[in-house]
Design a binder for this molecule. Sequence first.
Ligand code: FAD
Length: 431
Amino acid sequence: MEHQTNVLVVGAGMGGVCAAARLAVAGQRPLLVERGPEVGGRASSFHKDGYVINTGAVAIEFGGVMEETFEYVGVPLELRCPEPANVFRVKGKTVNPAKGGWAFLLDKITKRGAKVLTQLGSARKGELPEDQVTLEQWIAGATSNETVHRLFRNLAAAIFAVNADEIPARAFLTYFTQKGAFRRFGFHPEGTVGVCRALAGVVEREGGQVWREAEVLRIHSADGRVTGATVRRGEEQVEVRCEAVVSNVGPVATIDLVGEDALDDAYVRSIRETARPTANIIIHVASDEPLLDTPGLILFSGTERVCNAGNMTALCPELAPEGKHLTVVYAVPRPAIGDFDEAREVELALQELREELPGMAGAEVLDVRVMRGDWPAQRAASGFELPRDTPLDGLWNVGDGVRDYGSGGTQSCAETAKDVVEELLGAEVAA
Ligand SMILES: Cc1cc2nc3c(=O)[nH]c(=O)nc-3n(C[C@H](O)[C@H](O)[C@H](O)COP(=O)(O)OP(=O)(O)OC[C@H]3O[C@@H](n4cnc5c(N)ncnc54)[C@H](O)[C@@H]3O)c2cc1C
């Protein structure tokens, strides 16, 4: 079997669907190939016992390249926005910092938060710490208050899936002072897969193709540029000829698909040495009564594993059987980069959850998933982002492994897609 396309997109995660939709609208005829039964990757959803379980992302941000992508490709971004979007759980109480900001929040924790506020103020003015200062060291310079430390650790865990000693304070502060920082987001009523399905639909609407349950086995190249790929589609093996490849499987897996021999040694070595995937744990809980008293996300300040949780059915009751409630909880293991004892970390997270949320006593833990290794929380630890370009002409990477410094979440994947598509179109790939 043979197939001809101009651009092959490998993987329909958020970076892949954003890139394919943009390419399609720009007049290309992309072929989007996804190994799984559904699009979305770590921003997808599946059904279990009548509930919709998200594979990763739940909160999709407004006000950045993600929203711009939807406008550009001409489909609505159908999200339901919680109000308030973010609250904090401090000493057993829910605190909404919307009006008073950091000063109000810190005041609930300690009477000695002034130095933290001064440091945050300096960061807002662009005075950022040196790269080697971790977030933990940066907070320690301002306070020894344990709750403040846990609060910042849980912010780093919720956004970047790391502990406070695993992220440069500079990357963390860049995100909170220059990026959206999840101030405005929404949940999709079909589950996050609805966001990715909308973009995959654009590819088909514009004459491109989406192959689900199809796996790219090998990317081919000759004379320093990509020429095509071998794809397993159902029982068939298809030889795809193309001018360009956008890979959404992460730079390490892309090297494996291309083969080290086709790439220069320095590139291969640098990617393999720099790649630092991070880990987290997703816990879905079903209950008869809501476990949380807020419609958006709640960040914990008394925990060491569990970082945040979302009340999914407050705005999207269709995610659970009638009358039931669905809560998603995220925890980050110690360490989040490198090896850890999976069973122990899951148990510690569940224990904390039972202590934090009294409603857990009558609730059912529906699903527990540990994201690590080649199916991680983040493909690159913040501060260790990998390059989008490759030594092969016509081959680029998109997705969270190659996001901008100080960026995060699915928004960062949309940013990589926009950037790569602009470069690819500039390279005048034959239509
Ligand atoms: C638990 C958790 C919670 C998160 N919460 C949020 C959140 O609330 N908001 C937010 O914005 N972000 C969140 N994130 C981050 C976000 O989910 C990820 O950054 C983003 O989804 C990663 O997308 P990606 O473009 O890197 O692609 P990926 O999700 O890595 O997708 C890659 C795709 O490629 C496919 N594939 C792999 N190999 C092949 C092959 N050989 N052939 C064909 N297909 C292949 C895979 O099946 C997959 O679908 C969360 C992440 C996790 C893990």
